[in-house]
Design a protein around this ligand. Sequence first.
Ligand SMILES: [Fe+2]
Length: 229
Amino acid sequence: MPVDAIDFHCHIVPGADHGCKNSEVFQRQWKMIQDANISGVVATPHFYPHGDSVASFLKRRAQGVEKMKPHLSEASPLLYLGAEVLVCPNLQNLPDIERLCIEGTNCILLEMPFCAWTSADLESVRAIRDCGLVPLMAHVDRYVASDVLKLASLGVAMQVNATALASLFRRKNPYDFLKSGCVSAIGSDLHGVETYRKFLKAAQNPAVETADISAKSRILLSDATPLTL
Ligand SMILES: [Fe+2]
């Protein structure tokens, strides 16, 4: 019986970003994901708008997917293709930005900048939302609560990383975010062959179950088209 959980944030496409450098790494990652017996996983290679184009990103991702296919099977968890898009001013004007959504959906995983956010960054998120896409904000547990409140005021969906929930030392924010109802997804943010056990532990965390994350994640993926072999 699969664990009713979807990993919404995972770097497993070989050669598509620094999270998975080749097929060998992917095979080890996929073994861990299969062993976790979860219902689905969204592959989200990094997309950096200043150093890439949507066309070249999609080409690189497609080449990586071809390397993945021989190792997938009908019994594998459902695999969805997306991106983790770094927010910058005017991101909403990036040509073909909608093609970075999880395939079949209008849901786009957005990562806020590493440095202090500007009003222009937040305006980009608002504009992307207003043009009909559904922003899902990556790993909000990484940011201070006052900044996350700014995102919450935009009414966007949020994703929490498993590491923040699986920690022995409970950090307050992720639990507050879950209680507030704004979190719709959890993710492993898997890079390389670091352990996958934390994702499974987070998926079975009572706070995640109480917040009904699985149901919210399924809604985000209701029109999604998983990869077919
Ligand atoms: Fe990531």
